[in-house]
Design a protein around this ligand. Structure first.
Ligand code: FAD
Length: 295
């Protein structure tokens, strides 16, 4: 089993890029060359418990399973909260990273931290690592399709932005992004022939909204075979995937999907039966893709 890249990251700047999005700039103690080179890079951030300035993390360990067991062995009152985030950007040639936090309220440790952190605040960062990141190879899948469908809410916006930035000229994409209101809209760069459809709720944090699902259901798709990338609230992602398979005839292998958060549940809550079924499917897709690469 490969080692997990673990480092401490320190805040150097925080900017409200929209009323509900904090872009946090961090300097990392150490960082792998591969960080920031590809789109949709996921990390797990470790947030300090009350009374701690720095989260308690196990020593670096060459064995990923061993590191995680040591993490779980930290007494619960001291063990950091762990939450998943996307690297929005790495400044070339530096250890400086930007991560966009959705400020969805004071209900979770990650959003509360982002609402009150300042320069000098420290977090732990685990990854990015192929040990837990998206199992479907996006580059490969896009190469085998005619166009890319991207759909997600504001938590998926950082990943969608990196995907659009990575698309080559002459590739085609259709994106659907649901956010609270027009003030949350961001400028997204791409060399591709891409249309971005912004969907606005009534100014509220994401809940169980149908805006994204309805927009994709009603959309006129581009000609040819799409590859779909879906992320956001788990129930919405499930509904979108069902629609693409049942009504649009997409092969399940042409869909990369990920529930990024669960309505009225924290990331610490136990997985539901639907979460477990999804995890199995993602594992099967990963295995199938690894097998086909080996020939
Ligand atoms: C691979 C991956 C990449 C991600 N990338 C990003 C990213 O770059 N930026 C980002 O902001 N998020 C991202 N997320 C989503 C983020 O991890 C979750 O929103 C997470 O639950 C936030 O943790 P928390 O401590 O704030 O809330 P939790 O303690 O997990 O939840 C507390 C409460 O808040 C609710 N809640 C959680 N998130 C939201 C939300 N967005 N809107 C409304 N209610 C919410 C929950 O339902 C729960 O009731 C990503 C998730 C994954 C799996």
């Amino acid at each position: 089993m490969a080692a997990l890249p673990v480092s401490f990251i320190q805040v150097t700047d925080i900017t409200r890029i929209t009323p509900r999005t904090a872009r946090v700039t961090f300097d990392a103690d150490r960082i792998d060359d591969s960080v920031g080179r590809t789109p949709d890079q996921q990390v797990k951030l470790c947030f300090p418990r009350p009374g701690q300035r720095t989260p308690v993390l196990p020593e670096q360990n060459d064995d990923a399973t061993g590191w995680y067991q040591a993490f779980l062995a930290i007494p619960e009152s001291e063990r950091p909260w762990m939450r998943s985030f996307t690297i929005r950007r790495r400044r070339p040639g530096t250890n400086t990273l930007e991560i966009d936090f959705v400020l969805h309220g004071d209900t979770g440790p990650a959003a509360s931290w982002a609402g009150s952190a300042g320069p000098g605040s420290r977090l732990g960062m685990v990854g990015p690592s192929s040990l837990y990141s998206a199992p479907v190879s996006l580059t490969e899948s896009i190469a085998n399709s005619d166009w890319l469908l991207l759909a997600g809410d504001e938590t998926a916006l950082p990943a969608i932005a990196t995907l659009l930035e990575a698309l080559p000229e002459r590739s085609r994409a259709l994106a659907f992004i649901e956010v609270a209101d027009a003030a949350e809209r961001q400028d997204l760069g791409t060399a591709a022939d891409a249309t971005v459809n912004w969907l606005y709720r009534d100014g509220t944090s994401a809940g169980r909204s149908d805006k994204l699902i309805d927009a994709v259901r009603e959309a006129e798709f581009l000609p040819g075979r799409p590859f779909a990338w879906l992320a956001g609230e788990s129930g919405a992602v499930r509904a979108l995937r069902r629609h693409l398979v049942d009504n649009r005839g997409l092969d399940k292998r042409s869909i990369d999907f990920s529930g990024y958060w669960r309505f009225r549940m924290t990331q610490d809550d136990a997985p539901t039966a639907e979460d477990m079924a999804e995890a199995q499917e993602r594992l099967a897709a990963f295995q199938a893709s690894a097998d086909s690469r080996q020939g």
